[in-house]
Design a binder for this molecule. Structure first.
Ligand SMILES: O=C(O)C(=O)C[C@H](O)[C@H](O)CO
Length: 340
């Protein structure tokens, strides 16, 4: 049985209703979310053993976030308490040609003030088969970056598969360091990376290129550069997304394993109910596919893309779909037929 442990921040999500602008809103819908936690929710829905490690404030709001983890069937026994507050993110939901907007209110959160040495990673990772982190944690503070690097090093020493979703957030990285100063050391231990070439090159400090994702010849060359720099890398994958509008997306995906390129067929997704968390849905699908369909990269990628497409139909951060629903979509059932 696979046991996946993820490390990151869970936040209170406050979103405007009915596509209202922030300035029009008199009420915000409250839910929870966070890139790495969303991945855990996907994996728990697929029946895997998923555990989330974070730091929560010791107050009722931290307690509510803990209840949320339990409600979503994500193991929370190793979370730590301390610090002053739970991070918040405000979401203004877009419509048509107006995209969504996120405003973070997470400075000095319990997770942003975590320090290395607070989590006993040898104990936490005992029995784990997979460790997942993302580029959000090193973006929130220097000490969170250090705590994350500590976890990554222990996972690597224990021979656990490590995945990273690059998750570049331009509104974070406010503490005086740039991604290319922090990410290369952290990424060198990763076996699986989710991210487009632009973001990967940017975070690794490689000069910018203009990738053509349909070019079967140059794509392996561009990806191979990542394999040269990251000695433990085995798989890199990304969604290939074309935004027709906020409510109409075309979604495919690509995966490279150091030898061959795999493409997933592009799917039309419209109307989009909520796009936030769709990258996490892809990541959750990829972890599921790579860990359960060993050696079948095409199936793993197709599963991740199907999961990502389904997420767009669900409000909130989480991909609340079952394994069967993703499999049905993979089997060609995306017509919205009534299941009887
Ligand atoms: O952007 C972040 O830092 C978040 O974690 C908020 C959302 O949950 C995340 O963007 C979804 O991927």
């Amino acid at each position: 049985m696979s046991k996946i442990v993820a490390f990151g921040e869970i936040m209170l999500r406050l979103s405007t209703e009915r596509h209202l602008r922030f300035s029009q809103s008199t009420a915000f819908g409250a839910s929870y979310g966070g890139g790495e936690f969303n991945v855990c929710v996907s994996l728990a829905n697929y029946g895997l053993d998923a555990e989330f490690v974070t730091r929560l404030p010791e107050n009722e709001i931290g307690g509510s976030a803990l209840k949320e983890m339990r409600k979503m069937n994500v193991e929370s026994k190793n979370i730590i308490f301390g610090g002053e507050r739970l991070g918040i993110y405000f979401l203004e939901t877009g419509a048509g040609t107006r995209g969504s907007n996120v405003v973070y209110d997470r400075a000095h959160s319990s997770m942003a003030t975590i320090e290395k040495g607070l989590v006993d990673w040898e104990k936490v990772l005992e029995g784990a088969t997979w460790f997942h982190w993302s580029g959000i944690t090193p973006a929130i503070s220097q000490s969170a970056a250090e705590a994350c690097l500590e976890a990554i090093k222990v996972a690597h020493k224990m021979g656990i598969t490590i995945s990273c979703d690059l998750n570049y957030r331009s509104k974070l990285w406010q503490y005086g360091k740039t991604p290319s100063e922090v990410m290369p050391e952290m990424l060198q231990y990763s076996n699986v990376i989710l991210g487009d070439i632009d973001t990967a090159y940017f975070m690794l400090g490689i000069p910018k290129v203009n990738p053509n994702y349909q070019d079967e010849k140059s794509l392996p060359v561009l990806y191979t550069k990542l394999f040269d720099l990251i000695p433990n890398l085995k798989t890199v994958a990304t969604t290939l997304r074309y935004s027709v509008s906020a409510s109409h997306q075309r979604i495919g995906g690509v995966l490279f394993n150091g030898k061959a390129i795999y493409h997933a067929a592009v799917k039309e997704v419209t109307p989009v109910v909520d796009r936030v968390g769709s990258g996490d849905a892809f990541m959750g699908g990829l972890i599921y596919g790579l860990s359960q369909y060993e050696n079948d990269n095409q199936k793993a990628l197709d599963f991740a893309v199907a999961a990502c497409c389904l997420k767009h139909t669900i409000a909130g951060d989480y991909n609340l779909v079952t394994l069967k629903e993703v499999e049905n979509m993979l089997g060609g059932d995306s017509a919205g037929l009534v299941s009887r």
